[in-house]
Structures are given as structure tokens and as C-alpha cells.
Design a protein around this ligand. Structure first.
Ligand SMILES: [Zn+2]
Ligand SMILES: [Zn+2]
Length: 144
């Protein structure tokens, strides 16, 4: 690729340009694909047609968030299915509800350390549910 700030050809896609020190994709003066000079407002290179997306990092961040949300939803869905099967075990149900509320509050209120912590909590609960179901099935089989 070429540095979008100074036009120097770079090996791979480094974080920073070795020639000018800027983030190679943060500039808007050169095409990242062919190295030709580009208009600062251009969205594609008129020489090679490459997309000159100056917000690549931003786009990636949005995509990452969407992915996180979909994973979160999947975890919560499996979690709810598990809770549903455990309605009769009152203490487990209420502990589950309490932890779920805790996780939701953490997830809504924060990004960063506590967000990561809420993730660890939900993964922990998920693993616990698997272990719990496994042990329950074992007992269930034994009773027959
Ligand atoms: Zn550069
Ligand atoms: Zn180009």
C-alpha cells in the first residue's frame, strides 16, 4: 500500500508510516492503492478506482460493535432458554435473574473495564449453565 499522507510505498499495512510518521490511512493526499495524488475530497481514486475511505477505522469500530451486539444477543438468548428450563429451581432462577440484571446494567452503563467485566461474567454464567445442565442430565439418567 501507499501512505495516504506522503505517498511513500509501504510494505504491508503498518500502523504508522515509516516516512512521515502519520497513520497511512489517515491522510487524504495520495491513493493507498496506486500512490497517485488524489483530491482531498475524493472518495475514489480517479486513476485506479480504489476506494479512498478515510474513515476505515471508524467503519471497523461500528462493524465491531454490531458484531458484539449480535454475539451478546445470542448469549442472552441461550441464557434465557436455560433460565426457562430452570424455573422450578427457584434459587438458581433468582440468582440468574440477579446476575442478568447486573450484567445488563453494566453493559448499558459502560464501555471499557466494566464492559469487559460484564462479558467475563456472562461467559462465566454460560459455562456454569453448561456444567449445570451436564450434571443435571447425569443425575437424571441415574434416576432411571
Ligand atoms: Zn507517510
Ligand atoms: Zn489509485
Amino acid at each position: 500500500m501507499y501512505c495516504r499522507n506522503c505517498g511513500k510505498e509501504l510494505i504491508g499495512t503498518p500502523e504508522l508510516c515509516m516516512n512521515c510518521g502519520a497513520k497511512p490511512l489517515a491522510g487524504n493526499s495520495f491513493c493507498l492503492s496506486c500512490g497517485t495524488t488524489t483530491n482531498q475530497l475524493a472518495e475514489i481514486c480517479i486513476k485506479c478506482g480504489a476506494r479512498l475511505n478515510t474513515n476505515i477505522n471508524q467503519t471497523a469500530a461500528i462493524g465491531g460493535k454490531k458484531k458484539t451486539v449480535s454475539i451478546l444477543l445470542a448469549v442472552f438468548l441461550s441464557y434465557w432458554t436455560w433460565l426457562y428450563t430452570y424455573k422450578k429451581d427457584a434459587w438458581k432462577f433468582w440468582v440468574g435473574i440477579g446476575v442478568l440484571v447486573f450484567i445488563v446494567i453494566l453493559a448499558i452503563a459502560s464501555f471499557g473495564i466494566s464492559f469487559a467485566f460484564s462479558w467475563i461474567m456472562s461467559i462465566g454464567i454460560w459455562i456454569w449453565s453448561i456444567i449445570d445442565v451436564a450434571t443435571r442430565n447425569e443425575n437424571w439418567y441415574r434416576s432411571y
